[in-house]
Design a binder for this molecule. Structure first.
Ligand code: AMP
Length: 291
């Protein structure tokens, strides 16, 4: 059982039901306030807090949600191990100027008889898609629900999960959900490792190797600028290098179009380098713009 917060201590800062969430938002709307949403799965770190800061710079009120969404984890993934400390997470979020934390229960999100899946095609077909079957359906479904429950003016997502960000842009366009989706830059540790809740799975030895993913992706970006027609060969060398360094497997290293995520054989002006690799118990992902 996660360490939960005694909501009676701060009843106006945490809501658990959609009804209470909508009451608070309706009250803000009556006062003419704009609202930003930052969806999270908890295990809050500085990367998450940067999204709150971004939302606060654009809106009067910021809601952060904490929900570890079971439907976006595959059977052999880390749902059971996923770090949960609600008391810590709420304290961090409120300390970063979040106005309201929405912590729905699993039975409320997926009550018996729940039968709807939001499934985005196209941008989900490559990169993490084939390695995490069902993952983006889970993401698209929970984010659709959160957006419709809260009806914010904007919702902020990190570019660390760049493919997820595009999936959400697509579903909002396709379903005419009246919200602006904002992408926020990746927050990194000093050594370049993208901050992630999953970094805490790494041993000291693995943690020392982890920034190599970012270093190798940066070297791919430099190399494709030098030799734009050589994307495939450069990425193939990068995969081998990651294995030599000590990553146990590499799901992909690829140069893709920024909008469609189509794999590029030849570098064009709108490209990003993406990588996903396993190190011990953690699957690390990273990406950066080629420029
Ligand atoms: P998660 O709790 O991992 O589902 O992430 C919640 C949100 O935080 C998503 O929009 C992520 O992309 C974003 N996020 C996670 N890590 C970072 C980071 N290092 N920098 C920026 N955003 C991040």
């Amino acid at each position: 059982m996660p360490n939960t917060v005694d909501t009676s201590l701060m009843p106006d800062k945490i809501v658990r039901s959609v009804e209470d969430l909508r009451d608070v938002v309706a009250c803000w709307r009556r006062d003419g306030k704009s609202v930003g949403l930052v969806p999270t799965m908890g295990a809050i770190h500085i990367g998450h807090l940067s999204l709150v800061t971004e939302a606060k710079s654009r809106c009067d009120k910021v809601i952060a949600s904490i929900f570890v969404n079971p439907t976006q984890f595959g059977e052999n993934e880390d749902f059971d191990a996923y770090p949960a400390d609600e008391a810590y997470d709420v304290k961090e979020l409120l300390g970063a100027d979040t106005d309201l934390v929405f912590c729905p229960g699993c039975d409320d999100v997926y009550p018996e008889g729940f039968s709807t899946i939001v499934s985005v095609t196209g941008v989900t077909s490559g990169l993490c898609g084939p390695f995490r079957p069902g993952h983006f359906d889970g993401v698209a479904t929970i984010v659709s629900k959160l957006l419709l429950q809260c009806l914010p003016d904007i919702a902020v997502f990190g570019e660390k999960d760049y493919q997820q960000f595009l999936v959400i842009c697509q579903l909002v366009r396709d379903l005419n959900i009246p919200v602006e989706i904002v992408g926020a830059p990746i927050i990194r540790e000093e050594d370049g490792l993208a901050m992630s809740s999953r970094n805490r799975y790494l041993s000291a030895e693995e943690r020392a190797l982890a920034p190599e993913l970012n270093r190798v992706l940066r070297s791919v970006a430099d190399a494709v600028i030098e030799k734009p027609a050589d994307c495939e060969r450069i990425c193939s060398l990068a995969r081998s290098e990651l294995l030599e360094i000590g990553f146990s497997s590499v799901d992909y290293v690829g140069v893709c179009d920024t909008e469609t995520l189509e794999l590029l054989k030849s570098y064009s002006e709108s490209a990003r380098v993406f990588g996903a690799a396993r190190l011990g118990p953690a699957r690390l992902i990273d990406n950066l713009r080629v420029e």
